[in-house]
Design a protein around this ligand. Structure first.
Ligand SMILES: [Zn+2]
Length: 432
């Protein structure tokens, strides 16, 4: 009995030692089973439709993407995935954050599709909380996500913070999640109202699901997950490090510091003008550029500013061609915007009117025609004079011919009478 008692005691010590060691190695805050809890929030729902454009409704799109993201994430090991709502229903932003809190979520990913006020913007963006470790976690994840967007050709509009007038996170889901100690990001996949983004969703559901699978891959990389089903292992994935900011991270409200243009070439035949532009923003980077031919009254639609070294490094300069209208003086002004859509304008550059080559050719043709008519007129006059001379000469020769005729006739008469006289003389001599 005593022996059994000792062996139970020994067994207890044998089990307790690794338990205490384990408790020392893994602090209480880490979940005992190491399962990563992911909450996906499909943006909008119920009466809250979200963006609507040309038959697309955001709440339907976010639901399709969110379900595909969940399905894909569940193929990874050591992960529990929830949607804040699976039915098309109204749900307050606060309830979505509380849902994540109640499940002890490691992260909440809020999915959206975007639209801009004047239908001029395009590309993807990720909004992150502005405070401390919530900013750092959000920013680290968003860098992975943004690279994926950029790799498939979407214009990255950046990873940003936005604050309300009380200096809180502007987006409710980020505000409440931060209050509930849940790291979070808000992903705006692309714009529903711009031709440049249409190729990424207009083929239908499969493309929306593809976005979900892409989001899932970014999450898997961030958490270093692996999946035997998908045959991928991200446990060594290099997650970009973000320093925890000491104070609130504010949006960049200052315009790009540099925005300058010069005209390097004008093609007189086509009216094509080569413009060399420099633009720079030290706080964020240059997203778009556009230009005006009327001194800044009206501008063209924004075009993407080149970023040859990655989604978050804009080029210092860009050379592009524009076409100016013929026969008009042009005052060229260019604009450049940063990641927060704050625009700077260049100084004006005057371009002298480029003469319309078609008009010049027409004018030349008319000039030549006139000259030709002139020449023809002169030629006709000369020809008329020549003909008159010829007539005169003709008349003279005719008079001569008549005279010669008369002389010949006279000679014939004379010869005839002489012949008769001679023959009568000869007859008279015979009779004698
Ligand atoms: Zn939305």
């Amino acid at each position: 009995m005593k022996q059994i008692f000792f062996s139970i005691k020994g067994l207890c010590i044998f089990l307790a030692v690794p338990f205490f060691l384990g408790a020392l190695l893994f602090p209480a805050s880490v979940k005992a089973d190491q399962t990563i809890v992911i909450v996906i929030d499909p943006g909008h729902g119920g009466k809250n439709l979200g963006a609507q454009y040309e038959g697309y409704t955001e709440k339907d799109m976010t639901m399709i993407t969110a379900k595909a993201m969940k399905e894909e994430l569940e193929k990874y090991e050591g992960v529990a995935v929830y949607l804040t709502h699976e039915e098309d229903a109204d749900m307050s932003i606060k309830d979505r954050a509380l849902f994540a809190k109640n499940r002890d979520a490691d992260f909440l990913f809020c999915l959206h599709y975007n639209m801009s006020e004047y239908h001029t913007l395009f590309g993807s963006e990720v909004w992150v909380p502005a405070q401390g470790e919530y900013y750092a976690k959000g920013y680290s994840f968003a860098q992975i996500q943004m690279k994926e967007f950029s790799d498939i050709g979407l214009n990255s509009r950046g990873i940003k913070t936005r604050l309300n007038d009380r200096d809180e996170n502007y987006y409710g889901i980020l505000r409440y999640c931060t209050q509930e100690n849940v790291p979070s990001v808000l992903i705006e996949h692309c714009h529903l109202d711009h031709d440049k983004d249409k190729p990424f969703y207009q083929q239908g559901e499969e493309q929306l699901k593809e976005f979900g699978r892409m989001d899932a891959a970014a999450v898997a990389k961030y958490f270093g997950l692996k999946s035997s089903v998908l045959n991928v292992d991200y446990s060594d994935f290099p997650v970009p490090e973000t320093k925890v900011p000491a104070s609130i991270v504010r949006p960049d409200k200052t315009e790009p510091e540099l925005c300058r243009i010069e005209v390097s070439d004008i093609d007189q035949e086509t009216g094509q003008v080569t413009v060399r532009m420099e633009a720079w923003d030290g706080d964020s980077y240059i997203l778009y550029y556009n230009y005006s031919l009327d001194g800044g009254n009206t501008f063209t639609l924004p075009e993407p500013w080149p970023r040859p070294d990655g989604w978050n490094k804009s080029a210092r300069e860009h050379t592009f061609a524009i076409t100016v209208p013929f026969d008009q003086p042009v005052t060229l002004v260019a604009g450049a915007s940063n990641g927060y859509d704050v625009w700077a304008q260049s100084g004006p550059v005057s371009i002298d009117p480029v003469p319309d080559p078609e008009r010049l050719r027409e004018e030349e043709r008319i000039k030549q025609e006139k000259a030709l008519r002139e020449a023809q007129k002169q030629y006709q006059e000369i020809t008329y004079e020549d003909t008159a001379g010829q007539e005169e000469a003709g008349n003279i020769s005719m008079v001569l011919a008549v005279l010669i005729g008369i002389i010949v006739l006279c000679m014939l008469f004379v010869s005839f009478f002489m012949a008769r006289a001679i023959s009568s003389l000869l007859k008279g001599n015979k009779k004698r």
